[in-house]
Unconditional design. Structure first.
Length: 87
């Protein structure tokens, strides 16, 4: 498993549009992908789970990937989050 700490930069947090972009990108990954919020573990491949987590702007998350392409998947998703998820 690999992980990286990131800060959500989107002004409105992970609302429907950025959550959808992140979930769609994660679904293309061969790894299992989670976001850790303290003790809470959120499955990234589910837009509903992402939205229900209520991740706001400025929140520090830990993105985790586990699987055969975990390093590549982590890099791809981290870059997407750091770019603002299309906003």
């Amino acid at each position: 498993m690999v992980s990286q700490r990131l800060v959500i930069k989107n002004e409105s947090g992970l609302h429907a549009r950025p959550a959808g972009i992140l979930a769609q990108a994660a679904m293309k990954c061969n790894s299992d992908v989670w976001i850790m919020l303290g003790e809470k573990k959120v499955q990234v491949k589910s837009i509903l789970n992402l939205m229900a987590a209520g991740i706001k702007c400025g929140t520090e998350i830990e993105l985790q990937c586990e699987g055969e392409t975990e390093a590549e998947d982590l890099k791809t998703l981290a870059e997407l989050i750091e770019s603002g998820l299309g906003e």
